[in-house]
Design a protein around this ligand. Structure first.
Ligand SMILES: NC(=O)c1ccc[n+]([C@@H]2O[C@H](COP(=O)([O-])OP(=O)(O)OC[C@H]3O[C@@H](n4cnc5c(N)ncnc54)[C@H](O)[C@@H]3O)[C@@H](O)[C@H]2O)c1
Length: 351
């Protein structure tokens, strides 16, 4: 089956990527265009052109704008939707769950209704390991209980549920991809995350290493883990992009509903990430201990064997690849924005 899917590929498949100006969306667009797909990117923010211009269209707008979504599904003859658009701040979701869920859940329902109205029924959804909350056992596989610790994860679980009922009622074919912690940049330094806007650990570490932000707060040093800091599964963004291509191929060829964990199968503590990043940059990461944040589980890493079996996908890059490429991207971005400032001698405020 896998061989058959690979033979078909994504050549000439028209894909709408919501959140196409975002970190992961841009890598997915590049991967799909390189494989011969045609991409329409929809995002609230405009993005610089990417890849083969003739195969990429960028539109600025909101997924909740039904008339716009329906028009572009029709005008661009969309076959498959990659739905990445979302607010991803767990902290904001904890302090203001209403606006967060309106954006992520109601926004997704508007998109689904637009798809239904236009007869587009294939969708790949960016879900998250956050649906598991604090899993009882690690590694966590897809049969683990859905028990989110925060509204962000709850919203992802709600959208997965909605997709199930769209599959039942309207014949949607769906792949939900539960990513673990996406990180890293292109190996050639050409694409990466806007670290100044990101709050995730790896970009925050890069900002601190470059002297563009204060010491990295280590939220929680008393977790029941070997070094007391929280453990996560960091998966390289280029590996994730390959998984999206495989998911588009699968959903374009086969009917049904599927859910896959996307992780490396290995967990790393915050202190291990800091040590790896320090090695990559050749200097220690300035850091400061801080209390745990509400809604942060102690240890989560993936059993991604279903993705390997059914999607033919496995993470190929490790933590060292992640921090090496992220640092290269950080240095390159700093060069284009002006000289990297020296790290401040005194600790800045912890975020
Ligand atoms: N980065 C991670 O580690 C991670 C982990 C698990 C899941 N995810 C999910 O992956 C997806 C992409 O994440 P990312 O890291 O690229 O985030 P990102 O913030 O870089 O990209 C998301 C993009 O979506 C856009 N967007 C948000 N709401 C929108 C709306 N209503 N209409 C149109 N555009 C909208 C934003 O402008 C942004 O460009 C998100 O759904 C996120 O929840 C990310």
């Amino acid at each position: 089956m896998r061989v058959f899917v690979r033979e078909i590929g994504v050549h000439a498949v028209n894909v709408l990527i919501t959140g196409g100006s975002g970190y992961i969306g841009r890598f997915c667009a590049r991967e799909l265009v390189a494989a011969g797909g045609r991409v329409v990117a929809l995002d609230r923010r405009p993005a610089p052109p990417l890849g083969d211009a003739s195969a990429t269209v960028s539109l600025t707008g909101d997924v909740a704008d039904r008339p716009l979504v329906e028009r572009l599904l029709r005008d661009h003859d969309i076959d498959v939707v990659l739905h990445l658009a979302a607010e991803k701040s767990v902290a904001d979701s904890m302090t203001a769950p209403g606006p967060h869920l309106l954006a992520n859940v109601a926004g997704s329902l508007h998109l689904l209704e637009g798809m239904r109205a236009q007869g587009v029924r294939r969708l790949v959804f960016s879900s998250s390991a956050a649906v598991y909350g604090s899993p009882r056992r690690v590694p966590v596989d897809e049969r683990a209980a859905i028990a989110p610790d925060n509204p962000y994860g709850a919203g992802k679980a709600m959208v997965e549920q909605a997709l199930h009922w769209y599959a039942v009622a309207h014949g949607f074919d769906v792949v939900s991809l539960r990513y673990f912690n996406a990180a890293g940049a292109a190996a050639d330094g050409s694409l990466g995350e806007d670290a100044s806007a990101a709050t995730n650990l790896v970009p925050r570490v890069m900002q601190a290493l470059a002297g563009l932000d204060g010491p990295v707060p280590i939220y929680g040093t008393d977790y029941p883990t070997p070094d007391g800091t929280a453990i996560r599964d960091y998966v390289h963004v280029e590996d994730l992009a390959r998984a999206h291509r495989a998911a588009v191929e699968l959903v374009a060829r086969e009917r049904g509903e599927r859910v896959f964990n996307l992780g490396t199968g290995r967990g790393h503590s915050v202190r291990q990430v800091l040590a790896a990043a320090g090695r990559a940059a050749g200097r220690a990461v300035p850091c400061v201990e801080a209390p745990r944040r509400p809604g942060d589980p102690a240890a989560v890493w993936a059993d991604a064997s279903s993705a390997e079996r059914e999607l033919g996908w496995r993470a190929e890059r490790d933590l060292d690849d992640i921090v090496r490429t992220a640092w290269r991207w950080q240095v390159g971005a700093a060069v284009s924005a002006g000289p990297v400032r020296a790290a401040p001698a005194s600790a800045g405020p912890a975020r």
